[in-house]
Structures are given as C-alpha cells and as structure tokens.
Design a binder for this molecule. Structure first.
Ligand SMILES: [Zn+2]
Length: 584
C-alpha cells in the first residue's frame, strides 16, 4: 500500500464523523451528548464503548480500547493505518489520489505474478463453463440450483480437460513457474498438466479478496475424489483459510454474527437462501488462526456443521476454541443428518431458514452432545457425563445460567447437584484494565494535559510555570500539544493520535480527551493547583536525592554546596505545600 500524504490524511479525518463511521460497524445509541455501543474488542454485554462526537474519540471503559476514527477501523478490520485511512476515505467518499487507491495488493512481485495467474484462470474457467464442452457440468449446477446469478457471485467455472488451461495461460505469456507455484498446473512425467482438469472450479480468496486457490468438483461418478483443493502454496494455506470471508464481512458485521459451515457448497446454500454472513473452514478442523478471523468478522459465531456425528464432534472442538478466544458461541441444532446444501436442495431456502432458527446456546448443545455420547444406564458413564457438564457450567458468566443448567443437569442425570461458583476458562485472553489507583500526583499531570488540550491559555501557562512533566510519556504529550498550538493553532486529541507511533501516547490522548478537565472551561485556579502538585512531587524527589547524597562520602566543599541546595529545596517545598493547603 503506498503512502498517503499527510494532507489527505487530515482531509479524510476532517470529513469523517466518528459516530457515522462506527455506526457502519456497530449499533450505536445516543446517550446524552455522546453515543454508546457494545464494545467489539472484548466480550461486551452492556454497551461499554462511548463515542464522543465532540472529541471524535471512542473509548471502552471496560477493556480500555480507544482512539480516533482511524484507530477504530484499524483495530476492527485488523488492517494497517494506511489501509484504515483508505477505508475511511472510501466511506466518506473522499477521493484519494489514484495510485493510492484501495485495496492493498502486496508489493511482493512474485505474489503479484501469482495473483495475476489466479485471476486469469478464474476468467478463463468462467468462460469455459459456458462453452459446449461443459454442457454436463452446467446442467449439473443448474440441477443443484446454482443459477447464473449464484455462479457469477461465486465465480464458479470449469477447467476443461486436455490441459486446456495450461495451453491458454502459456499462450497468454504467463510463466510456467508461476503457474506451478499457484498449483493450477503441475509437472508430471509427461510434461505439464492441469491440476483441476475436467472439474468444476470454485475460487477461494483470502480475507482481502485476493484469489489464492480453488476447490474443484468432479461430476464423474468413477472419479474417486469428488472434491480436491489447491495444495498449500505461498498464497494458499488451507489451515489459515476462512472461505467467503471477504463477501461475508459487511453482512456479518452488520448483524454481529457469522455462520460457520463445513464446506464451500454449504456457504453457497446459505447464499441461495439470502444469507450472506456465512463462511466455511474447508473441512471440520479449525485452527487458532481461523478462529481469530471468525472473531474479527463478528463477536458471535454460530456453528452450523453437518448433523452427522463427525460434524457434531467437530462443533464441540471448534466451539471450545472459539469460547477460549472469547467469542460468543451458539450452535444450530441440526438433527437432520444432512448438510445445509442438501437441506436447501430438498426443502428450499425456507427449510434452511427454519433450521437456523433452532439455535442452541452453547450449554444446551453441551448437554445434548454429551448426553448423546453417554450410556445413561451405566452409572460410571453417567457420572463422567455429570463431571464434564459441570465443568462447562462452571464457566458460564451468568449466575442465573449456572443455576438453570445445574438444575437441568440434575434432572437429566438423577444426581443431586449444587450449582457451581464461577470458574475461569483457562484460555481466556481478555485484557483486563490495569487496576492502578491514580495517586493525586499522577492525576495532577493528567489534569494539566487535559486542560492544555482544552485551552491554549492553559498550554501557555504550563510553559511559563512548569514546562516539564515527570512522566516521560506525559512529558512528550505536553510537547506535542504545545507544538500543535504553535504550528496549527489547535490541539485536537483525535489529530494528535495520528502524529505518534507510540501506543502509550496514543492511549494517553484518548484518556485525556474523555477527562473531565478537558470538557470544562479553562480555570486558572485548577491548573495552578495541579502544577503545584507536580512541583511538590518534584521537590520531594529532589530533596530525597540530596538527603541520600549527604549520607554518603563527600568532600567538605561539596557537602556544603549540596547542603545549601537541600535547604533551598526544602524551603521551596514548604512554600508549595503551604500554598496548596491554603487552596484546599
Ligand atoms: Zn471493550
């Protein structure tokens, strides 16, 4: 992604309204002068995120996440700063100069060449599906309800036999090595062959929408492998892929939930039923990386694996991983033994819609799943069942839930049970806010900075009377504020955030923007009081240092000098303390 000029960044920021942009991702509600929303950066159940249209800042009071409009998009979409600026520019309709246009393609020339091969192959296979060679394949797709529209949406195509793709790409001047690296052709004993020869092709993209691989189906009943996928390449790693991510993104974020299925055809079945926030993991094994991607799509993950035993076992494993990463998890109660694709084919879109209405909470699924795998007539198996279910119940956040499911478990098992106190899920990764109690002095430095942000007069008085802060981060922030007034005549936290790469300073500006001292009219008395507190702290530290020095070995001359400084320091300190007491 090329650099975006500071001028453009400032223009985009000025044009964007943070409430407007965030409300494209989250449901926001007005609350007094500001807005609130469920925080997407932690497992939030009551709106903890506050968005200030005045300050153009958001802040979560539980997990501490905060920043300006770019920070939000950056963290929500998991993209770079530059990509976030481009994204916001897109939302507000600000034209960035052409070479800076969306979306980001990697600079790596080899990868670029590979994407070109993949794109060319997609175009070619779509064309080939509409030729006479693919009459049977096209009919097969039509029979399964994959009409023109769906085929176009998912870029479904056909790779004709006799290495037609290889010859085509070669004629177009693509390098053999790039084709091989993409795993669309491979070197065999008799030269180069198409990998997906005679198969219907379903392109697979990464989360940015770059084409990286294929899933391909043969309709030949004699072919032992119905489906094959691209083998791992530089672009394609099966275990990292969430299929349909780039298409599901906007709907998933709007609805706050994403459906996860087993295969490409299931995702397409959901799309046929008009449900676009559906992805799949290309099989039932789920990796940490995939869970992370799911979480970045939506806080709630709805597992919709096949109804067979393998599918249910996979649900158990994947859902536990997702819970460990603080996703909200529910499971579709699919007792049919059929996959979503079959359901849509047999019962139409309404069949699928009816099924996904049968949404089980995680705990309901746990009880059902464990029960199914337990011989309830066998005492020790029943005991094991209770033990495992109890462990899951103890992880539930809500006390009422823990009570309810304990009763339920008693009823099912016949065991008399007392409900469990809350336990902590081991893989929990929530970042808890640090419980540091601010002492008066740290608070004084915050007050000074907040007032400086609110008023240039405060900044001037700070320069005259104090000119330093003892905390290094805060001192740097103070210099940035003074500099902003000098160069721009204004100091806005939402702008200052983008002028540093230091996370601590960014977070400090977020905190200051929402500090009470930033939203009251400038009051000299308050500022002076805070400055005095800093002076008292500084003089106390200084006095301590002198005292320590005096206890060590010193020449009589030096001792005299330090003793003088020490006494002066104590006098200053006393004066500040007296003034401070008078004010209080
Ligand atoms: Zn939060």
């Amino acid at each position: 992604m090329p650099r975006i000029s500071d001028q453009d960044i400032n223009a985009v920021r000025a044009k964007a309204d943070i409430v407007d942009v965030i409300s494209r991702y989250l449901q926001v509600q007005r609350k007094g002068k500001s807005y609130v929303a469920l925080c997407p950066f932690h497992d939030d159940h009551s709106p903890s995120m506050s968005i200030s249209p005045d300050r153009q800042i958001y802040k979560c009071f539980v997990c501490g996440a905060g920043g300006n409009v770019f920070t939000f998009v950056q963290n929500y979409e998991k993209v770079s700063f530059t990509e976030a600026v481009a994204q916001v520019a897109n939302i507000v309709g600000y034209p960035l100069s052409l070479e800076n246009d969306l979306p980001s393609k990697p600079e790596d020339p080899h990868k670029k060449a590979m994407y070109k091969v993949m794109e060319e192959m997609i175009r070619y296979t779509i064309y080939a599906l509409n030729t006479n060679e693919a009459v049977l394949e096209k009919q097969y797709l039509e029979d399964r309800g994959l009409n023109d529209q769906i085929r176009a949406k998912f870029e479904i195509g056909y790779n004709p036999p006799n290495d037609a793709l290889y010859h085509f790409l070669k004629a177009k001047g693509y390098k053999e090595s790039d084709m091989v690296d993409c795993n669309v052709v491979r070197t065999g004993p008799r030269g180069i062959n198409d990998v997906f020869s005679g198969r219907i092709t379903f392109p697979i993209h990464d989360q940015h929408g770059n084409p990286i691989g294929f899933s391909a189906r043969s309709i030949d009943p004699n072919n032992p492998s119905k489906y094959i996928n691209t083998t791992d390449t530089e672009l394609f790693r099966k275990s990292d892929i969430v299929y349909n991510y780039h298409r599901a993104k906007s709907q998933a974020r709007k609805e706050g939930c994403v459906y996860v299925t087993e295969g490409v055809t299931d995702v397409i079945a959901f799309a046929k039923a008009g449900i676009d926030n559906c992805v799949c993991t290309l099989g039932t094994s789920c990796t940490d990386h995939q869970i992370q991607l799911l979480k970045s799509l939506a806080p709630k993950v709805v597992f919709c694996y096949d109804g067979d035993d393998a599918g249910q076992k996979a649900t158990w494993r994947a859902a536990k991983m997702a819970l460990g990463k603080n996703c909200r998890v529910t499971v579709i109660d699919n007792q049919s033994g059929k996959d979503p694709d079959e359901i849509v084919r047999n019962q139409g879109a309404d069949g699928l819609k009816a099924m996904i209405r049968k949404e089980l909470t995680w705990m309901e699924f746990v009880l059902m799943f464990l029960q199914k795998h337990t011989n309830m007539d066998n005492y020790s198996e029943r005991r094991e069942f209770v033990r495992r279910a109890e462990a899951e119940i103890s992880l539930l956040e809500d006390e009422l839930d823990r009570q309810h499911f304990t009763d339920e478990l008693s009823r099912i098992s016949g065991f008399k049970l007392n409900y469990q106190p809350k336990a902590t899920r081991q893989e929990h990764t929530t970042v808890l806010p640090s419980a540091k109690v601010p002492d008066g002095f740290a608070e004084a430095e915050d007050i000074i900075l907040a007032m400086m942000l609110a008023s240039p007069e405060a900044a001037r008085r700070y320069s005259d009377r104090l000119g330093y802060l003892t905390d290094k981060t805060k001192h740097t922030a103070s210099m940035m504020i003074i500099d902003a007034y000098r160069t721009k005549g204004r100091a806005e936290p939402s702008v200052l955030i983008d002028e540093t790469d230091n996370e601590d300073i960014k977070q400090l500006f977020v905190r200051l923007a929402t500090h009470w001292a930033c939203s009251i009219p400038y009051e000299e008395k308050i500022l002076d009081g805070a400055i005095r507190k800093v002076l008292i702290q500084a003089k106390t530290t200084q006095a301590d240092a002198f005292r320590q020095a005096l206890q060590g070995p010193l020449s009589s001359e030096n001792r005299e000098i330090i003793l003088n400084q020490y006494q002066e320091c104590l006098m200053d300190l006393r004066r500040y303390i007296d003034e401070d007491n008078k004010q209080d």
